[in-house]
Design a protein. Structure first.
Length: 196
């Protein structure tokens, strides 16, 4: 199924576990009761994909644009989303346990919680969260090197052992952040600590 077009298809009870849908076109596709466990969807063209009772655990979604996608309740556990575009996506109730988010663009993402982010793989190198409010979140032990955290509200965050090497923190608020002295900040770009 590599490079195929499934656009405007309605799929029901399909078993696509470990299928290669690399560079496939999935525009206006509805999948109900399908299985995509371990499927490879890297570089696929995805627009208006509707999944109902269709888990994606362990799927490869590297470099895929899921921008503005309604992903409420999706099972993305163990997925690789490295370098994917999740801007303005709705991740309410989505399972991202063990998901690899390094290099993801998550600017303006909606519905993501601290618990969801903590359940993902802790290597979040290059993640883009600019403008997102993470106030009060536990970011301890996360590797956020080379990340874009510009304009992010990090007020009252637990930052113990967070790695921010090379991260951009321009305009970020670190007011009352806990354990800020333990943050690894060498070569951080434009660090600005807010004042209480």
């Amino acid at each position: 199924l590599q490079e195929c077009s499934l656009s405007q298809c309605a799929l029901s009870n399909c078993r696509l576990s470990h299928a290669s849908l690399r560079k496939a076109s999935l525009t206006d596709v509805t999948m109900v009761d399908c299985t995509l466990e371990g499927a490879v969807l890297s570089s696929a063209s995805i627009l208006h994909l509707s999944l109902s009772r269709t888990p994606l655990p362990g799927a490869c979604l590297d470099g895929v644009s899921l921008r503005d996608m309604d992903m409420q309740g999706w099972d993305l556990s163990g997925c690789s989303l490295e370098g994917s575009d999740l801007r303005e996506a709705n991740l309410s109730r989505a399972s991202i346990e063990g998901a690899r988010l390094a290099g993801c663009d998550m600017r303006g993402v909606d519905g993501v919680t601290c618990e969801q982010l903590r359940s993902a793989d802790h290597d979040m190198t290059g993640i883009r969260l600019s403008g997102v409010c993470l106030s009060g979140w536990d970011l301890s032990g996360l590797n956020m090197s080379q990340s874009d955290l510009s304009g992010v509200d990090l007020t009252l965050c637990d930052m113990s052992n967070t790695i921010l090497d090379g991260a951009c923190l321009q305009g970020a608020s670190l007011v009352y952040s806990h354990h800020i002295a333990q943050v690894i900040l060498p070569r951080c770009l434009s660090v600005g600590y807010g004042t209480p």
